[in-house]
Ligand binder design. Structure first.
Ligand code: GLA
Length: 727
């Protein structure tokens, strides 16, 4: 027995000595590390993922153990496993070569490392040794924000096209006794509903096959907690997302050794992609962070990174606005709109946003069943056109923004009559409709020109226009492209690429333009789209109670200035103050009949807009502390702290407290313990005084974080905004 142990230790040692000559690659941020190692077989394996290791650790010694070597699975942890190897779980890549062979083996060839703005990029070059197929794996690590993103390039030199049956962006491995997965599912008006479940042997897949309105049922985000259910301030936590405005897929597979494999990428379902010789298939970015201190820190990492490196105009200001959708729906004319410009001005917001219903002549858009596609102003409704409205708004002192839904068409439209070949429709089959509309075929460059032209024409005719709300109310239906002919497997991928092509052209020609991403509410929201959009519409559901959950969900990844929140008449049982206070810590807007409000409520709104403008720097800070969860209590408390820790705001919501509920103090977080803070309740109703005993007093950061304040109360749908200023 002793001999056996000695022999196996010797083997291990010899292996290490041999292994030392093979490259070991570290992808790391200030606090997170991913280590990759070329092993004896020349293939590349993940040997570590977790908290950054002390510099003294010899990375060559790392070996993510795979339990006992089983007879079915003698290998594992390959960073980009391919169909055909001895690893019998789902591969990241599956290629059918031009001769019909469905197997590949990728070996490490070389790698490069270089500094790029804000981080470091590592590119690893892998090659099949039998077929001329190349795979380049890219990593970018952002040290300060602890974010790593990863994507893959696939190309080949085979004589005929190859078929990509799977083409993940990333494959990661984790080891723990238990795994808890949080997903964000829902439906129209129920976006981002969070639910957690343990992962056990086998697969759990979160994916979308909806194409355009891709996140209507589930969003491209996940959270994983190792060992225990997820917590705000403790526990090893991973947050991941895919930057792709189309079908996505995350596969979580616990294998026979209780190791977790995560495959992230475009959903390969119905998307076997035909790749021509010399063409490069670039997968979307998989973006993730690891936090040893729970999801709160992981969210701050994402928000900080998004503001600095991802969100369009992430470090710039945002416009507050008055939208007319919930107020007028399709029923408006010039007089009504110009009146609303005045109301926007009185309210103090920056912009008026004209929503759906302004276009179409032969088939006027007076409901959602006609006119989509005919982007000319309805003369009978708005006889002086958009230029008049833009000028009138500017003369009144507000900017002007406009709604479009440029990827879609109503069958009742001139566009559908003139260009039936531009529409996804299955030959010889009856089409089916989602919201009475069909989807334009953006795989076709002519259609891309048309869609770009909608924005371009509006901008050319109205140089003063500075905002678009870009909507997308239907998933891809009637899945057939006349343009792609026998390459239908490329449809879902090429659609998204066509969309990005249009957005690239818009961004290049109109770099100052700000745009809101909308999709029948929050049915489309990802970090690639947000490279073009300054913000997104979280949901059509603006009931303040339900919004608290939706915003809580999006805040896991998204910075506040990207999350559009509008005050409306949903849930009139809630006071106007409560509804306004719920929108306050996001990107503020109003979509409500202000004239119908009583004087005090209206005054409250005007005062709040002023306070919002004053507090924007702290509201837009990435440092969010979610202190009290609506999922765990009948309350919700959020704290935003400025990056210098000299300013903070608390947004406090008592939703539906229990009778005689025991109300404990809430401990604050993220403050400077040695600093003194003056605390004041702000945003009070006209004439109202604060009932908080701490109002106007000074406390140390240490006290606030260790003892806390009595913030939550027992009144139904009651809210408070509190400001902390370092003195
Ligand atoms: C979608 C959007 C709404 C509104 C309507 C207009 O549902 O989410 O905000 O713009 O379209 O038709």
């Amino acid at each position: 027995m002793k001999k056996l142990i000695l022999l196996s230790s010797l083997l291990v040692i010899t292996n290490f000595i041999k292994a030392e000559i093979k490259p070991c690659i570290s992808i790391n941020t200030d606090n997170v590390q991913l280590v990759l190692k070329v092993k004896e077989d020349g293939r590349l394996y993940q040997t570590y993922l977790g908290e950054k290791l002390n510099d003294k650790v010899n990375l060559n010694n790392l070996y993510m153990p795979r339990g006992t070597v089983s007879s079915v699975c003698t290998n594992g942890n390959e960073i980009y496993p391919v169909m055909g190897t001895e690893d019998y779980f789902d591969p990241a890549l599956e290629v059918r070569h031009s001769d019909g062979n469905p197997t590949s083996f990728l070996k490490y060839d070389s790698h490069t490392e270089k500094s790029i703005e804000g981080g470091k990029e590592t590119i690893i070059f892998l090659k099949d040794y039998l077929y001329p197929v190349n795979v380049n794996i890219h990593y970018v690590a952002y040290p300060e924000e602890d974010i790593i993103k990863q994507w893959t390039e696939i190309f080949h030199d085979e004589s005929e096209p190859i078929l990509l049956n799977r083409y993940a962006s990333s494959m990661l491995y984790l080891e723990s006794d238990d795994y808890y997965l949080t997903e964000f599912s829902g439906n129209w008006a129920k976006e981002m509903h969070m639910s957690e479940s343990p992962l056990t042997y086998g697969k759990k897949v979160i994916d979308s096959k909806l194409g355009t309105r891709t996140a209507m049922l589930t969003q491209p985000f996940f959270e994983l907690s190792l060992g225990n259910p997820i917590q705000e301030n403790s526990g090893e936590t991973i947050l991941g997302t895919l930057g792709w405005t189309g079908n996505f897929s995350f596969t979580f597979e616990v294998d026979n050794n209780n190791q977790l494999r995560i495959i992230s990428g475009i959903n390969p379902s119905a998307s076997a992609y035909l790749l021509e010789k010399g063409e490069k298939f670039v997968t979307p970015e998989f973006i993730f962070t690891f936090s040893p201190e729970g999801v709160g820190q992981a969210s701050r990492n994402f928000q900080k990174w998004a503001l600095k490196h991802s969100l369009y105009k992430g470090e710039e200001d945002r416009l507050t606005l008055l939208n007319n959708w919930e107020n007028t729906f399709f029923d408006f004319d010039e007089e009504k709109l110009t009146e609303l410009f005045g109301e926007a001005k009185d309210l103090g917001v920056d912009m008026f946003l004209l929503d759906d219903g302004w276009f179409g002549n032969q088939y006027p858009r007076s409901g959602d069943n006609a006119g989509l596609g005919d982007w000319e102003v309805t003369n009978s409704k708005l006889p002086n056109g958009i230029p008049y409205l833009v000028k009138k708004a500017k003369d009144t002192g507000v900017e002007f923004g406009i709604w479009i839904e440029p990827e879609m068409v109503n069958p009742k439209s001139e566009l559908a009559e003139q260009h039936p070949e531009w529409i996804f429709k299955i030959p010889d089959r009856e089409p089916y409709y989602f919201r009475n509309q069909l989807v334009l075929d953006l795989t076709n460059p002519e259609v891309q020109d048309f869609v770009f032209g909608i924005v371009d024409t509006l901008m050319t005719n109205n140089p003063g226009l500075n905002y678009f709300k870009w909507d997308c109310n239907s998933p891809i239906t009637n899945i057939y492209s006349q343009y792609l002919k026998d390459r239908q497997g490329n449809l879902y991928v090429d659609y998204v690429r066509g969309l990005y092509n249009v957005l690239d052209r818009i961004k290049e020609k109109y770099p100052d333009l700000e745009m809101m991403l909308c999709s029948g509410g929050g049915g489309r929201c990802d970090f690639e789209a947000l490279k073009y959009f300054t913000e997104f519409w979280c949901s059509d559901n603006t009931d303040p109670i339900e919004r608290l959950y939706i915003q809580w969900g999006f805040s896991q990844f998204m910075p506040s200035k990207s999350m559009c929140a509008h005050v409306t008449n949903w849930n009139k049982d809630a006071s106007v103050k409560f509804r306004v206070d719920v929108a306050f810590p996001c990107k503020l807007g109003f979509d409500i009949d202000l004239k119908g409000m009583d004087k005090e409520d209206r005054q409250y709104c005007t005062n709040l807009v002023k306070e919002y403008n004053r507090l924007k720097p702290v509201i837009y800070s990435p440092d969010l502390y979610r202190l009290v969860s609506p999922y765990e209590t009948k309350h919700c408390v959020l704290e935003r702290v400025s990056e210098t820790k000299d300013h903070a705001i608390l947004a406090i919501y008592d939703m539906h407290p229990d009778f005689n509920e025991q109300l404990l103090p809430t401990r604050l977080q993220g403050l400077d313990p040695d600093a003194e803070y003056k605390i004041e309740e702000i945003c009070l109703m006209p004439g109202e005084k604060s009932n908080f005993t701490f109002d106007g007093r000074v406390f140390s950061g240490d006290y606030l974080m260790k003892v806390g304040l009595n913030l939550i109360g027992g009144k139904d749908m009651d809210s408070h905004i509190v400001e902390l200023t370092k003195i």
